[in-house]
Design a protein around this ligand. Structure first.
Ligand SMILES: Cc1cc2nc3c(=O)[nH]c(=O)nc-3n(C[C@H](O)[C@H](O)[C@H](O)COP(=O)(O)OP(=O)(O)OC[C@H]3O[C@@H](n4cnc5c(N)ncnc54)[C@H](O)[C@@H]3O)c2cc1C
Length: 305
């Protein structure tokens, strides 16, 4: 029963991967270890859902079972969402399958006998294309893909008893202490860059964010070098990827490693004193000038609007 197998530990991304795999026109089999997730995923219309029943809470411990299943059914592709757990599972499964792997494919084009994958490299300045013509594992940053519901889908759900790899065990789970930031879901974002002179000037950005109803974000240097905002606040290739309706930057030069994280924003507005700053190439609205003059004026205007 050749086809495409998909997995994500996150419901939304699993649903999005089903839609991506369906573009191939081949059978789509969704793998899960969670029977509740299986019921929810039905509405996205994969052809099959296989629930792996094992004795481990760690998805990566099912890599060998998944590889055996794909081998047995002569599957063609295993698509995995690039979550922390997903990446781990993907790499192990590719190892057990002894097949090639593409990491973080931004797009997949399904052709008759091959798949063309594209991924960004070198901080987003190069697009690497790979041709997949035999069994492979591909991880996909599925956060930007939209899931599509399928009405009246006929989905077969089966449970499979499997032996999870016992060598890695979960001893304890502790919550990461984070400030409440969900930049990926933010509708509006105000982003501060190294153009900011002093930490206390973040108040100016906070005031703008408050009148706009926006979240505060920053570039990597603000979070990692100056430690003025938590690391969860920085946007870019190694930080958060955002897709708000509005992104406003202040004192952000717009290097490619940052812009990779903002390019799905609907409107990009930038304030920078350097007219040659690369951010202006990505911006829909460019304001060249000193943010210490412009931002207070903008706040005043918005308050009176
Ligand atoms: C492997 C790698 C991964 C990276 N990942 C990321 C990432 O995920 N995210 C990220 O952000 N960076 C990342 N970086 C760093 C990135 O290359 C840039 O160095 C960084 O984005 C620059 O941050 P910035 O724009 O805040 O600072 P700068 O480049 O220093 O820009 C500051 C800007 O402020 C302007 N300015 C100064 N004063 C004012 C004023 N008064 N009014 C208005 N404008 C003013 C300047 O004209 C300038 O354009 C990465 C780098 C590497 C090598």
């Amino acid at each position: 029963m050749p086809g495409i197998y998909v997995y994500s530990d996150k419901m939304k991304q699993a649903a999005a991967l089903i839609g991506l795999a369906a573009q191939s026109g081949k059978e789509v089999c969704c793998i899960t270890m969670d029977s509740n997730q299986a019921q929810e995923l039905k509405q996205y219309g994969p052809d099959r859902i296989i629930i792996l029943n094992g004795n481990s809470p760690l998805p990566e411990n099912y890599a060998e079972s998944i590889a055996q299943l794909i081998k047995k059914e002569q599957g063609e592709l295993f698509l995995v969402a690039s979550t922390v757990r997903g990446r781990e599972l993907a790499a192990k499964t590719a190892g057990y399958l002894d097949c090639g792997m593409v990491s973080d494919a931004e797009s997949l084009v399904f052709e008759d006998k091959r798949i063309i994958s594209s991924r960004l490299m070198y901080g987003g300045s190069v697009v690497q294309k790979a041709v997949i013509s035999q069994l492979a594992v591909v991880t996909v940053p599925a956060g930007n893909l939209e899931a599509v519901q399928k009405e009246n889908a006929q989905v077969s759900i089966v449970s499979l008893e499997v032996q999870a790899d016992p060598r890695v065990r979960l001893i304890e789970t502790l919550a990461v202490k984070k400030d409440k930031i969900d930049l990926a879901a933010a509708e509006k974002v105000v982003c501060v860059g190294m153009g900011l002179d002093k930490q206390e000037d973040i108040k100016m950005a906070e005031e703008l964010a408050q009148v706009l109803g926006a979240e505060i974000a920053c570039t990597r240097g603000i979070a990692e070098e100056r430690q003025w905002l938590p690391v969860e606040s920085y946007i870019g290739i190694s930080g958060a990827k955002i897709k708000p309706s509005l992104y406003i930057s202040m004192g952000v030069s717009g290097q490619v490693q940052h812009v990779v994280g903002i390019r799905d924003s609907k409107i990009i507005a930038a304030v920078d004193s350097n007219e040659k700053a690369p951010i202006f190439r990505a911006a829909d609205y460019s304001i060249i000038g000193d943010m210490y003059e412009i931002i207070p004026l903008l706040i005043e205007e918005l308050k009176n609007a």
